[in-house]
Design a protein around this ligand. Structure first.
Ligand code: TRP
Length: 331
């Protein structure tokens, strides 16, 4: 059994791309491994130092992940700021993190460009905080996308450096958890690229979307003027529409529209109507569960408390040992 850690940024609502991407894998991992999934609210301050509604954002993310299937009885689901041991380990790691390597980090360079008015030390040390999140539980596996690989490499660097400097074999080297073929790429509705919000709200279908919003977005999805020769190849926006259909509709439905396309008889309006209804059918249980959970304060606080207890037990053990290794002693 592996010890798995993953952080979730408390920004924005879950969409179908998230669900069919990492989330489905989290849901299956929680049955097989010792998983720690946390909401990275400390990290969010590096880009949003004075959030409007930090607590509300964290609650929304927690609720949506629960609604999507993360199980607090199986995984340890917690909020980063509930485990201040993380901040202490971050402090220790920062003492042995070098300005040069932090400055060379690609995500830091990107952030300098994105927010030149706020190049704070938290941004520079984002990778040490992430390393602290991971090694505080002595994780062996971290499910990360391509964009996080460099951070994971830095985590290994910091963990190894700690072992070397203090002459111990304490932290394991966390490796990327490879999903392989189970990572389905979900395209956006507005033509090219994957589903996400960066191309505008209309590009993504959120688990919490109301039926009317889903119909509106799907009907506005990008198409073309239609096929003119039988069995012709599908251009990207049409390919995307079929890909979306393949995750929410039955095989018969997909085959039906595929045949119409191949006979040059397809009417995209009809296809979109069907796709919208199938998306509504698929997302409805999630939306209903999200609404239910948002009103269940008692359950939410029970989940948060459980997660905090389990995560702190693990983190406190590490911090106690790390303090001993470095040489802190109480008088
Ligand atoms: N940096 C990650 C992201 O942007 C979030 C994150 C914070 C994380 N701490 C982590 C991911 C620890 C995995 C493990 O998505």
């Amino acid at each position: 059994m592996e010890i798995v850690v993953s952080g979730i940024r408390p920004t924005g609502n879950l969409h179908l791309g998230n669900y069919f991407g990492a989330l489905k894998n989290f849901i299956s991992m929680q049955n097989e491994h010792d998983c720690y999934f946390f909401i990275a609210d400390y990290h969010s301050l590096t880009t949003h130092p004075t959030p409007q509604d930090l607590h509300g954002n964290v609650k929304q993310v927690l609720v949506e992940y629960l609604a999507a299937g993360l199980d607090p009885e199986k995984a340890t689901l917690y909020i980063q700021s509930d485990v201040p041991e993380t901040a202490e380990l971050y402090l220790f790691l920062n003492m042995n993190a070098y300005i040069g390597e932090l400055e060379r980090c690609t995500s830091f360079k990107d952030k300098i460009r994105q927010q030149p008015q706020n190049v704070n030390a938290g941004l520079l040390t984002y990778p040490t905080l992430m390393a602290a999140d991971i090694i505080i539980h002595k994780a062996t596996k971290v499910p990360v996308g391509k964009d996080q690989e460099q951070h994971l490499e830095m985590t290994r660097q910091f963990a190894n450096r700690f072992n070397r400097l203090y002459n111990v074999d304490y932290f394991p080297e966390p490796q990327a958890y490879n999903f392989g073929k189970s990572l389905v790429r979900i395209p956006g509705l507005l033509g090219s690229g994957k589903m996400g919000k960066s191309e505008g709200e209309g590009n993504a279908i959120f688990l919490a979307d109301e039926p009317a919003a889903i119909r509106k977005k799907v009907m506005r999805a990008v198409t073309d003027s239609g096929p003119t020769t039988p069995n012709q190849e599908k251009p990207e926006p049409i390919q995307n529409l079929f890909q979306l259909m393949s995750v929410v509709s039955s095989k018969d439905t997909v085959d039906h529209f595929n045949d119409l396309y191949n006979n040059c008889q397809i009417r995209y309006g009809d296809m979109k109507k069907q796709l919208a209804e199938d998306m509504i059918h698929f997302t409805t249980p999630f939306r209903e569960r999200i609404k239910e959970l948002l009103n269940d304060e008692a359950y939410i606080s029970k989940v948060a408390r459980m997660g905090k207890e389990k995560a702190r037990a693990s983190a406190a053990k590490t911090i106690k040992e790390v303090r001993e290794i470095i040489g802190f002693k109480s008088f």
